[in-house]
Each structure stands twice: as structure tokens, then as C-alpha cells.
Unconditional design. Structure first.
Lengths: 152, 160
């Protein structure tokens, strides 16, 4: 019997774009539980955050990103990277309203229904790497307003 | 006058000794700038290496009383060519320095204001090349390494 074809998410987890980000030390794949993947991402100050991407119906629908506590995997305010007003335009870390305001994220689209027709998450052919590159840019380019949670 | 002697070791193991004069009446910043200009190597990291410091707290500190090494400061360097818009410059950096030093030096070298500098990042080989992790060491490069200082494309959100 032929081996089952890997699903789209598995393929993109093994793609050069995703692996190059790992080799460069920007992020690190930790585990996959069903349709959820857990990836640690490093900010410019060296602090790590854990993103949980729920990717059911991968590439047809955008993934849903949430930052979670590395121990409990609970989505709590302290797990979210925070920053100034510029940074806050993408990341909504207020407990009553956690979501990522970006047209490649399912939560973002839930708040901006007009984004759906753009199909932003399908623009590169690798929604996972596109998502991680978005997070990397926000967390490593200082002008995007990320504020370290630990004093430097 | 005193002398700051630097032995530059290239990634090809070639060695070159450079002497940079200074007086006790001058500041660390003056010496850093002179090393940059006369030795063609990152002055800040070189002075830090000579003094065994992780960072210089006060650039305006006078050189009188600084515990200066008597022997040459031996440093391994990599040649980096930085491109910014239509210009490019070559400079040497310590192999163990972080890429963030190249970013900082480049903004100064290309007269980029600090509020614009924070919106830029380094990319490998071309403006659309892979992003460089500025927390990582520059490392050994047998040949001149080409990098670009660019502004990444904007990521949309609910406000734009």
C-alpha cells in the first residue's frame, strides 16, 4: 500500500521557507496536536512567545493565531507580546478580546468581514510561513513597537 | 600621545597590524570614530574588545585613566558590504559581534535618522533576500558578505 500523502500543513511545516526561519533562529516548531501547531517565536530582545495556530481546513481557511502560556497552553494576557499603539493595531492582548488583527488570521477576519474576499492567506502559497514571517516582522523590527516584558 | 595597536585577522587568516594614536585628553567616542576611519573596522566593538567590556556605558568618558592594554588587541574580522538604497559601503566587523552592530553602524554610515533606523532590517544578498537575525553572531565569512539594509513591506491591520 502506498504511504498516505502528507496534508498541506505537514508539507508547509517541512517547507524551505518555514525551515529557514528555524535555522535563522527566528522561530522553533514545538509540536502538533491534530490541527493545532505550537511554535515558539523570538522577539528582538531574546524573549520567547508561544503561538498556537489552529489550522483546520488549512489553506482553504486562514489559521487562527493565539498566544498561549508555554506550561498550561492557556490563552492568557501574560502570554501575549505587547507594545505601543502601532503594535496594538495588530495584537489585541486585552483578556475580553484576544485576537490578531491581520487579514491572514481567522480572528482578524471575524472582526473585518470585508477582508475575507482578499484571501490574503492564499497570496504566497504557504500560509504557515507567511503567518510566521508576519509575526517575525512585528517582533523583530523595532519600529513596529514591540515592548519587552522584561527590563533590559 | 599614546597608541592603540590592533592586529586584524581576516577570515582568510591574513594578519595586519594597525596603530591608532590617541591622547588622554580625548574621549572614547573620538577613539571609536578614529578606529572606524583609520583601521576600517568597527571601532565600538574593537574598543570594547580591547577593554574587555560588553558595552561602553559612557562614550564621552575621557581616555585618561582607562586601563589600556599594552599589547596589540587581536581581533578576527569579517568583511561586510552593506547596501542601502543606491549606495554601498564596505567595513570590517568582529566575527563574534552580533549583526545588530552592522545595523547600527550602517545607519550612522548612511546618515539614517534613529527614528527611521528602527524601521529597517538586514537582508542577505539582496533587498528581498532572507532576513538576518540580528541577535546572532556575524561569524566567519571567507569572502566579502553582501547584506542590504531595507524597510520591510508593511503588514496590514485594521487601521491601515
Amino acid at each position: 500500500m502506498a504511504a498516505a500523502e502528507p496534508d498541506g500543513l505537514t508539507k508547509d511545516l517541512q517547507s524551505a521557507e518555514f525551515l529557514n526561519g528555524e535555522i535563522a533562529g527566528f522561530w522553533k516548531y514545538l509540536k502538533r496536536v491534530g490541527d493545532r501547531v505550537y511554535i515558539a517565536i523570538t522577539a528582538w530582545d531574546g524573549d520567547h512567545y508561544l503561538i498556537e495556530l489552529t489550522c483546520d481546513n488549512y489553506s482553504v481557511e486562514p489559521c487562527l493565531g493565539r498566544f498561549v502560556d508555554p506550561e498550561s497552553l492557556a490563552c492568557v494576557e501574560s502570554a501575549w507580546p505587547q507594545g505601543n499603539e502601532t503594535f496594538g493595531a495588530w495584537f489585541k492582548w486585552q483578556p475580553a478580546n484576544f485576537f490578531i488583527c491581520w487579514p491572514g488570521d481567522r480572528g482578524g477576519i471575524a472582526h473585518h468581514a470585508d477582508w475575507r474576499q482578499q484571501k490574503y492567506w492564499q497570496q504566497t502559497g504557504n500560509p504557515l510561513a507567511q503567518y510566521m514571517e508576519f509575526l517575525r516582522t512585528c517582533l523583530t523590527v523595532r519600529g513596529n513597537g514591540y515592548r519587552p516584558r522584561n527590563k533590559l | 600621545m599614546s597608541e592603540f595597536i590592533i592586529e586584524l585577522i581576516g577570515s582568510d587568516d591574513s594578519a595586519k597590524e594597525i596603530t591608532v594614536p590617541f591622547s588622554d585628553a580625548e574621549t572614547l567616542q573620538t577613539l571609536i570614530d578614529r578606529v572606524d576611519e583609520q583601521a576600517g573596522v568597527d571601532g565600538r566593538s574593537t574598543v570594547e574588545a580591547a577593554l574587555g567590556l560588553d558595552g561602553i556605558v559612557d562614550d564621552n568618558r575621557g581616555l585618561a585613566g582607562v586601563a589600556w592594554p599594552r599589547e596589540a588587541t587581536r581581533i578576527r574580522t569579517a568583511l561586510i558590504e552593506v547596501h542601502f538604497e543606491t549606495e554601498h559601503k564596505r567595513h570590517r566587523f568582529l566575527e563574534h559581534s552580533k549583526w545588530a552592530r552592522v545595523h547600527q553602524w550602517s545607519c550612522k554610515a548612511f546618515s539614517v535618522a534613529s527614528d527611521a533606523c528602527v524601521h529597517l532590517e538586514l537582508r542577505e544578498g539582496s533587498p528581498k533576500g532572507p532576513p538576518i537575525n540580528e541577535r546572532q553572531e556575524i561569524g566567519r565569512h571567507p569572502e566579502c558578505k553582501i547584506v542590504w539594509l531595507v524597510k520591510p513591506g508593511p503588514e496590514p491591520n485594521g487601521r491601515r
